[in-house]
Design a protein around this ligand. Structure first.
Ligand SMILES: NC(=O)c1ccc[n+]([C@@H]2O[C@H](COP(=O)([O-])OP(=O)(O)OC[C@H]3O[C@@H](n4cnc5c(N)ncnc54)[C@H](O)[C@@H]3O)[C@@H](O)[C@H]2O)c1
Length: 283
């Protein structure tokens, strides 16, 4: 199946990245938000990211203008009508995602693929509210989307082969390396990543080590691009907590118990980079 138009629900951290890479590689894009202020903020962030690419010599001014011209922002789900593939990138909450999938199923043309960028939630639970379970899968991108090379596709027990093949070709056309993961909590990458983040937060919480020591230790000792606390700030503490609670709820595995400090920081609005404060200060 040939894809021409991509829909993205949510123009937050991930949605704007998915919109950007899709437009840059020649797809028409519709991206939605819940209000004009958030939509304007997301579109401005895409514009800034493309400007950075121009400044670094990765694209020309003309290419930037062409890419921006391919992205249409909207507050109306009906604009997804003629999309060939939609990626849902709203916040990590299953009830909200199920509602969005039910709306998309009503609005989108028959044959359109519906996908979710969920970090860990059960994809089949979203597929089950639609009348096209074979056309539903997970398209799990990584943050920041323009930079990270991986796309983890999540195949449910109902995902059709053609759906998986089409999504895989799409991922490759965006320049991503594609892996296929089972529809199990955390899929492949987050199932390994989350216990690592928990351990770093607990060490910091208990005073075993300072935040800089933990981050520098991992960064230089294991040759990671950044340490685990910096990474948690980048992912978003709220998103990290959502993920942990969701994996724990489904597995009851104590490995995924959220540290108390993380819960308190989220309650205080310290979401990391996006709120200006997390384990580090970004103001
Ligand atoms: N942050 C990461 O590093 C990361 C990485 C991979 C996957 N994810 C997943 O991607 C999804 C989005 O995460 P994020 O970090 O971009 O969150 P975010 O909070 O930055 O963005 C989510 C956006 O969705 C919008 N939204 C909520 N309901 C909506 C609706 N009904 N219609 C349109 N927009 C709506 C919100 O207003 C918000 O701007 C989550 O499922 C998350 O688990 C996040």
């Amino acid at each position: 199946m040939e894809l021409k138009k991509i829909g993205v629900v949510g123009c937050g951290l991930m949605g704007r990245g998915i919109a950007e890479v899709s437009a840059k590689t020649g797809y028409d894009v519709v991206v939605s938000e819940i209000n004009k202020e958030l939509l304007d903020k997301g579109m401005a962030a895409i514009n800034q990211s493309l400007s950075r690419a121009v400044a670094k010599g990765k694209m020309t001014d003309v290419e930037k203008t062409t890419a921006m011209g391919k992205i249409k922002g909207t507050l109306d789900m009906k604009d997804f009508l003629d999309c060939d593939l939609v990626v849902e990138a709203a916040v990590e909450n299953l009830e909200l995602k199920k509602k969005i999938f039910a709306d998309l199923d009503r609005v989108c043309k028959p044959g359109a693929i519906l996908s979710t960028n969920t970090s860990c939630l059960s994809v089949i639970d979203m597929a089950a509210v639609t009348k096209r379970q074979d056309k539903v899968l997970g398209c799990h991108f990584f943050n920041p989307v323009p930079v990270m090379k991986l796309l983890e596709l999540v195949r449910t027990i109902s995902t059709g082969k053609e759906t998986l093949d089409t999504a895989s070709e799409w991922g490759k056309s965006l320049g991503k390396t594609v892996i296929v993961a089972p529809d199990r909590p955390g899929f492949i990458v987050n199932r390994i990543l989350l216990p690592y983040m928990i351990e770093a937060i607990k060490m910091y919480e208990c005073g075993v080590a300072k935040r800089e020591e933990i981050d520098v230790g991992i960064q230089l000792g294991l040759n990671h691009p950044m340490g685990p606390l910096t990474l948690t700030d980048m992912v978003g503490l709220d998103t990290t907590l959502f993920i942990l609670d969701a994996i724990f709820a489904e597995t009851k595995d104590p490995t995924f118990t959220a540290p108390v400090l993380l819960r308190k920081m989220v309650a205080a609005g310290h979401y990391g980079r996006k709120s200006g404060k997390g384990f580090y200060d970004y103001k």
